[in-house]
Design a protein around this ligand. Structure first.
Ligand code: CAO
Length: 549
């Protein structure tokens, strides 16, 4: 029996969407997942795929239509089902008189039909925030394991952190395609998992019902007409393997993009047109950055930097060659790019933290008495003062746009803290510093600096910073010029506090002075603003009451 189904627009985020492309014509034979139409919301464009293989019987929409969830897009005949004709069933001849006609009524029922299907789904390495390959150091599951969504499948180690590749859904591990020691990158196919997906359809079934016979004019034959079953389907499918629709594949082909390298953002790991565009944009940006940091030839700055000649140092005495750490190898080019690519100005200042230090020590003594596992270092107050200064001087909480023509102001206050670790410098981020109290920040700093030192930071722990603080105060030194961590526009360097004689108008008094060094990107921030920001931070550290104003 022919099965004609109405394909309805699924939930695409609860809003009205505009149809920007009709990807099929009447009569086209489609495979499951082939795009039928492309719709556009404020945020993205997406394909609406065929939920089964079949042919297009009718198209109910056109380009430019604005449609909402449940709108009929088209009707499709399921592959393998017969032509949609209404079979007429001859009822046996009724010979009796008086002649009776069996009146046929059609009752249309709408039912929700749910079917569970098991599908094999490819699992890829998600976006790890790095372009190159990283080491797969541990396989956490075995074939046949039942895992829950977000359970770790593999552990990867980058130069900055270790992170797990999580199971994208509840399911069973069917194949492990990589082993310990493998090199993988974003988009590498690492496993196959079996997933139960639920296909739910609202089905309208027209069923012929024989009503009670009624007396009628004589007629020799009563015919019972069996109406074909018409099915209308609104399908919500949960769980599909990552894929791209034909229109997205076409776009990828046009740009020469390998789909395996693109991180999907669509529902159920679908690669969207926007993902292809973002990938191309990122690749171009990386290419131009690579040109910008090329140190010796073609520096990208309109001049060539002189190359260092290689020197045979062994001619002058004993030498040893020691490789840079992985972190140094990675952070080196970034530091170089940031140093050469941004016009740095460093503003120096001092904050009188005599009172703050007294308060801090009292608070630590109190915490000890209360047996609280909290230690407040000067850095906690510096975080708080910087968060307030970022709110008061929003230009510091911005990034320069790619074309250099505007700044992007951020309404959140996430501050990165440089942490010295045995493997090198790591820069984890404390989120929403402006909304947190001193104790919460102390706990956060303790957690992230421990994670950094144990090499347990995840990529997400190091993303989303608005500003960085680099504190060398626990080590020593009077001042240094920190390098801005692009795309941030400023960084605060903190050195060791020292008692200094300060003139109060009549005499010299001993004051505990904290040296501050604020480096900022002069393309975004001018000197006066830099001095104002620095003064705001030092004033707040000198008088904590200003923090609550
Ligand atoms: N002046 C004087 N003393 C200071 C100080 C300052 N500015 N800042 C911290 N101290 C003291 C602390 O009070 C603590 O002393 P006590 O143990 O007596 O209380 C001691 O120095 C050690 O502090 P800390 O370093 O453990 O804690 P912190 O909160 O100040 O810093 C962290 C945490 C993670 C930032 C720090 O440990 C670190 O790794 N700093 C290095 C950052 C770095 O390498 N930056 C360079 C980047 S550019 O290459």
């Amino acid at each position: 029996m022919a099965q004609i189904e109405e394909i309805l627009l699924p939930d695409v985020g609860g809003e009205e969407v505009e149809i920007i492309e009709i990807c099929v014509s009447i009569g086209d034979n489609l495979e499951e997942e082939d795009a039928i139409i492309t719709v556009e919301t404020d945020k993205a464009s997406m394909d609406i795929p065929a939920i089964f293989a079949g042919s297009i019987v009718s198209l109910n929409v056109k380009v430019g239509d604005k449609v909402s969830e449940g709108a009929v897009i088209c009707t499709m005949q399921k592959a393998g089902s017969e032509a949609a004709t209404a079979p007429v069933v001859e009822a046996p001849v009724v010979e009796a008189a008086p002649v009776v006609e069996a009146v046929v009524e059609t009752v249309v029922e709408t039912k929700t039909v749910q079917e569970t299907k098991t599908v094999l789904v490819d699992v890829f390495v998600p976006d790890i925030g790095e372009d190159g390959e990283v080491d797969l150091i541990e396989v956490l599951v075995s074939v046949g394991d039942d895992v829950n969504a977000e359970d770790g499948l593999f552990t990867l180690e980058t130069d900055k952190a270790t992170m797990d590749v999580p199971a994208p859904f509840d399911g069973v591990v069917k194949e492990l395609l990589v082993a310990e020691g493998a090199k993988v990158k974003t988009g590498t196919l690492v496993a196959r998992m079996e997933q139960n997906i639920v296909v739910s359809a609202s089905v309208s079934v027209a069923t012929p019902v024989k009503a009670a016979p009624v007396a009628s004019a004589p007629a020799p034959v009563a015919k019972a007409v069996e109406t074909p079953v018409a099915v209308a389907t609104a399908v919500v499918v949960s769980g599909r393997k990552p894929h791209a629709s034909p229109s997205v594949r076409r776009l990828a082909r046009e740009f020469g993009v390998e789909l395996e390298l693109v991180s999907p953002t669509g529902v159920k790991n679908r690669i969207m047109q926007a993902d292809i565009k973002a990938f191309v944009k990122q690749t171009l940006a990386n290419a131009s950055r690579a040109v910008a940091v090329a140190p010796a030839t073609g520096s990208g700055f309109g001049f060539n930097l002189p190359t260092l000649k290689s020197v045979d140092f062994s001619k002058f005495g004993e030498i040893e060659i020691k490789e840079l750490t992985k972190i140094q190898k990675i952070s080196g080019p970034s530091l170089h790019r940031n140093w050469v690519g941004m016009p740095h100005v460093t503003q120096f200042d001092e904050a009188d933290i005599t009172e703050l230090e007294k308060f801090r020590k009292d608070q630590n003594a109190l915490a000890l008495k209360k047996k609280l596992d909290i230690k407040i270092s000067p850095l906690i107050f510096i975080l708080k003062a910087v968060a307030k200064a970022l709110e008061l001087h929003p230009t510091f909480n911005s990034s320069l746009s790619e074309d250099g023509g505007s700044i992007i102001l951020k309404k959140y206050v996430n501050i990165a803290v440089a942490v010295d670790t045995p493997k090198g410098l790591m820069v984890p981020v404390i989120k929403d510093v402006n909304k947190k109290g001193i104790h919460e920040l102390a706990a956060d700093l303790a957690v992230i600096s421990k994670k950094a030192r144990d090499g347990k930071l995840k990529m997400t722990d190091m993303q989303g910073a608005c500003f960085t603080i680099s504190s060398l105060g626990g080590i020593g030194g009077t001042a240094f010029t920190p390098i801005i961590n692009a795309p941030e526009v400023a960084i605060l360097g903190v050195s060791k506090s020292e008692i200094k004689p300060k003139w109060n108008g009549t005499e010299f008094v001993p004051k505990l002075m904290l040296p501050l060094a604020l480096s900022y990107d002069h393309r975004v921030i001018d000197g006066a603003e830099g001095a104002r920001f620095s003064t705001t931070v030092s004033s707040m550290l000198s008088d904590l009451r200003l923090l609550v104003l």
